[in-house]
Design a binder for this molecule. Structure first.
Ligand SMILES: Cc1cc2nc3c(=O)[nH]c(=O)nc-3n(C[C@H](O)[C@H](O)[C@H](O)COP(=O)(O)OP(=O)(O)OC[C@H]3O[C@@H](n4cnc5c(N)ncnc54)[C@H](O)[C@@H]3O)c2cc1C
Length: 543
């Protein structure tokens, strides 16, 4: 149109290395022992920042999966069709081993490298991360039945994404899901009504019941909880039976979700589905917890990733957009908002990398094992809670453009409450922390020892550690759980930023999050905070 010239619109944020421009992440990967993964992370980062991959993310969400219950002759097929771009996203994720590398090619720093890759690639689209995360997490749980692990691990570890729908013996790779939640209860799994009846002498059972949420139903196997005679038990339920027939799993419908639209979440009916017992009868929750622990780590990574993408978009926009005679980034109040966002995002990145490092070192290190137990729940609670707040504020930095789908912020916003719900929602996690404090005092000791590593770096952190030391003991009342867990999370992040972030980031974090100098909204920094330096560190610069 000749009516006007297009001015003062920033260029799209593309053509950059999503990994390499995330300075806090690059430093954390090196520090946590995964520097060897840098070349592949840069490659993945460049792909994630490419216009092509960004388009895949948009397309996979604009054309959500479609359930085909029957073929044209009326036979049940129970298939979900995805947009080709979903398959492209999955091909990259599986090709980079984001679903399995720490198990298939174990090495020091493997979980950290994988966490960084997951954080980078999820910024293109979070939805397809669901089956990637569940597949990553199912392997440690399968360890409870070595024969099942031996049977499935080669396929689950394959870096070939094979979306073909059919018997597993014809496949080049497999994916896993889980089905715990039922209509009458998701947190309280003891309320599960699905019934399991033994049908063979080899731990095979027939499962009958419903599952109210079952994501990625095209997966090749599921961990399913059901009531066996000995109590709630975990089962491996393949989508196809060994005789090549489909297992008795009917997909009833797909959920019409707020966000996470590229990923299918279904309601399923098990009508005598064949399953193999995993772990002991009656020990379903402890068995599946091995899986849930890892998906909780992925909620932390996913939320840190969603925050990073939002902050990258906000800082990029403000670096190019002018208002009232100056770049937005140079307007002092916008500088304070962006700096506060950047501090929150960096604290989340440091936490997720430290936590992934604990997963790497847990096997041979008592401190790391005990820390992991408590820090996973603490970090999941807090970082998932911060995600919607951060994304909403970042969205506002783009003004009206941020409210428009093409900016990606609306998708990030719809996605933002999800990690807080699944794999243990907020209250459930906080109560879990209280239980751990009561039953495993060594976890509290490890947690405090981790905080102490930052002592002396900032007086406000020192005071926060002292205050927590007085509180962390058995007997905390349930209605105080959120308050305590929030303090734990902030102290942990404080300890990490004091040790590992630049001085200005640590100073703002401690002042606003531990020292009482921040307000309730983001952008409420103490006077003369060095916002420009903090924002510059967080701003992605396309090459
Ligand atoms: C998009 C999506 C995909 C999902 N995919 C899967 C999947 O693949 N497999 C699967 O098994 N599940 C899946 N879920 C289900 C999810 O794990 C559950 O929704 C979640 O565990 C919560 O269970 P619920 O919905 O039954 O809520 P409820 O258990 O009824 O909880 C409702 C609220 O009450 C709180 N609450 C519960 N107990 C207490 C207590 N004692 N004290 C205080 N507060 C409490 C909870 O924190 C929550 O806020 C998915 C959910 C979503 C949204």
């Amino acid at each position: 149109m000749s009516s006007h010239e297009v001015r003062n619109q920033p260029p799209p944020l593309e053509g950059h290395d999503v990994y390499g421009t995330d300075v806090a992440l690059v430093e954390a990967v090196e520090r946590e022992g995964a520097g060897w993964a840098a070349p592949q992370l840069h490659r993945l980062g460049c792909l994630a920042g490419s216009a092509e991959a960004i388009t895949w993310g948009f397309e996979a969400n604009a054309s959500p999966p479609v359930l085909r219950t029957h073929d044209r002759f009326g036979h049940r097929i129970d298939r979900v069709d995805h947009h080709p771009s979903y398959h492209r996203l999955m091909t990259v994720a599986v090709g980079y081993g984001l679903h399995a590398a720490p198990w298939s090619a174990p090495r020091a720093g493997g979980h950290v490298a994988r966490a960084a890759g997951f954080a980078v690639w999820s910024q293109v689209d979070a939805g397809h991360g669901c089956p990637i995360s569940m597949t990553y997490s199912v392997v440690p749980a399968l360890g409870a039945a070595p024969a099942l692990l031996a049977e499935w691990q080669p396929l689950l570890a394959s870096t070939t994404y094979d979306p073909s729908f059919g018997p597993v013996r014809a496949k080049h790779g497999a994916l896993a899901g889980m089905a715990m939640t039922e209509k009458q209860g998701g947190s309280d799994l003891r309320a599960n009504m699905t019934v399991a009846v033994r049908v063979g002498s080899d731990d095979t059972y027939s499962l009958t019941g419903h599952k109210w949420f079952c994501s990625a139903p095209m997966s090749d196997l599921f961990l399913v909880l059901a009531q066996a005679p000995g109590g709630l038990t975990c089962f491996v339920v393949p989508r196809w039976r060994p005789d090549g027939e489909p297992n008795a799993i009917a997909l009833q419908r797909l959920k019409d979700k707020l966000g996470n639209r590229s990923n299918a979440s279904s309601e399923i009916e098990l009508d005598g589905a064949l399953g193999w017992m995993l772990g002991e009868e009656g020990r379903g929750v402890p068995t599946i917890i091995e899986m849930v622990t890892h998906t909780r780590l992925d909620c932390v990574i996913g939320s840190a990733s969603g925050m990073r993408q939002a902050v990258a978009q906000a800082t990029h926009h403000a670096a190019h957009r002018h208002a009232f005679g100056a770049r937005l980034a140079d307007q002092p109040l916008m500088g304070a908002v962006l700096a506060d966002l950047a501090v929150e995002s960096e604290a989340a990145t440091l936490t997720m990398a430290r936590l992934a490092g604990a997963y790497d070192r847990a096997a041979g290190d008592e401190h790391e094992r005990a820390l992991r137990r408590l820090a996973t729940a603490v970090a999941k609670y807090w970082i998932c809670k911060r995600q919607p707040v951060v994304v909403a504020e970042a969205l506002e930095c783009l003004g009206g453009n941020g409210y428009v789908e093409e900016s990606i912020l609306p998708r990030l916003f719809r996605e933002s409450p999800l990690n807080g719900i699944w794999e243990g929602s907020g209250n459930v996690l906080c109560l879990d922390v209280l239980r751990t404090l009561a039953r495993q005092p060594e976890s509290a000791a490890a947690f405090l020892a981790e905080l102490e590593r930052g002592r002396g770096g900032d007086r406000r952190l020192d005071r926060a550690i002292d205050a927590l030391r007085a509180v962390l003991a058995p007997g905390i009342a349930p209605d105080q759980a959120r308050r305590v867990v929030e303090s734990m999370a902030l102290a942990l992040q404080g300890s990490l930023v004091v040790r590992f972030a630049p001085a200005e980031v640590a100073d703002v974090f401690c002042a606003t999050r531990l020292g009482g100098e921040g307000g309730r909204a983001l952008g409420t920094l103490p006077p003369r905070a060095p916002s420009a330096r903090i924002v510059a560190r967080a701003t992605p610069v396309p090459h």
